[in-house]
Design a binder for this molecule. Structure first.
Ligand code: MRU
Length: 343
């Protein structure tokens, strides 16, 4: 995502891999819609987009004074946060933006406008830097043969660039190590088949696409050396919310003695929640399951469940790869120290 003449610009992830189209959001409601309909998706990416959304709300506002502008920004934050409840990066970014606006309020509305754009640029820059750091810390965890399984898309598209789960893979590949990625297609939204496969293919990183229900068989056949996934929220005890299907992978990994890593920046850690059962799980429309590419695949009249995320208990996680290093179990102290460092 990027800022261009008072617009938040996004690569339309709904049209990848077939078309590379830019969407220009010129007001807050367009940004909110893009987050909701998953034109932009992935926890850090929606955080960065929401930060620019707040900057945009300030830029187009006609509020006469700082107090009125702050009121509008509080409203903007509430609107953005409501679009996707599970990824904490969204509220993390809007909270930071509102804090910056409040700190500048004595200097008037123009100072807030300038300051918010500057803050959004910083969030984007920092996100990119943390992805590279995650890559450096995570690459040594990939076993020598280099067969890594990943789920959903936690790559450049899901972040400011480079990715979280894909960062150790990119770094190891860049070091000339053998890498082969098994990409879960990730039903029902197909982020793996559409986005991760596209990203890896573009980068020349060898991959094999598998359907989600092949993962266990691949593990049993000895074709998986480790699993790396991203996260939408990590609670104080190390429980992790991520794309639906992640929990099943972690159970399978344990059954086969395969290391299971989560890669995420400090902005994904939510110490206000003690454990994963407290995480709000986004329910998306039944139609995203009953239909594929606009075509109904289930019988007319049948509805489907669609929890978009699940929670992996910390006991199934071998390590959490952050920009500050790898946190190993028991997670709580390491997560608290990490957030302290990031604050
Ligand atoms: O529904 P999505 O596509 O936004 O879900 C994305 C994921 O679950 C990712 O694994 C997570 O946000 C981490 S992205 C670096």
């Amino acid at each position: 995502m990027w800022w261009e003449s008072e617009a938040v610009c996004l690569i339309d992830q709904l049209r990848l891999p077939h078309e590379q189209v830019t969407v220009r959001c010129k007001d807050l409601s367009a940004v909110a819609r893009a987050i909701k309909d998953m034109t932009v998706r992935g926890a850090p990416a929606i955080g960065c987009t929401a930060a620019y959304g707040m900057a945009l709300a300030a830029a187009v506002s006609t509020a006469p004074d700082a107090l009125a502008l702050l009121g509008e920004l509080e409203q903007a934050k509430a609107t953005l946060d409501a679009q996707r409840p599970t990824a904490i990066n969204l509220a993390w970014a809007t909270t930071r933006m509102l804090g910056r606006a409040r700190a500048l309020s004595a200097e008037g509305p123009e100072a807030i406008r300038v300051g918010l754009l500057d803050e959004a640029h910083s969030i984007l820059r920092e996100d990119l830097a943390m992805c590279h750091a995650i890559g450096e810390h995570g690459a040594p965890l990939i076993p020598a043969r280099g067969r890594v399984l990943t789920h959903c898309n936690a790559g450049g598209l899901a972040t400011a660039g480079y990715g979280t789960a894909l960062a150790p893979i990119r770094t190891a590949f860049g070091q000339g190590r053998p890498i082969h990625v098994l990409v879960d297609e990730t039903r029902p939204f197909l982020q793996g088949a559409r986005l991760t496969a596209w990203e890896l293919h573009q980068s020349g990183i060898p991959l094999t696409l598998i359907t989600d229900n092949m993962a266990g068989f691949m593990m049993r056949r000895g074709e998986v050396d480790c699993i790396i996934v991203g996260a939408d929220r990590i609670t104080a005890n190390g429980d992790v919310a991520n794309k639906i299907g992640t929990y099943s992978l972690a159970v399978l990994a344990q059954a086969h003695g395969i290391p299971f890593y989560v890669a995420a920046p400090f902005s994904t850690i939510d110490l206000s929640m003690a454990h994963g059962d407290l995480i709000p799980i986004e329910e998306r429309s039944s139609a995203e399951v009953t239909h594929l590419g606009g075509q109904r695949i289930a019988p007319e009249g049948v509805t489907a469940a669609h929890p978009a995320f699940d929670v992996t208990p910390h006991k199934l996680i071998s390590g959490i790869i952050t920009e500050g290093g790898v946190i190993y179990p028991p997670f709580e102290d390491g997560l608290r120290a990490a957030v302290g460092k990031g604050a």
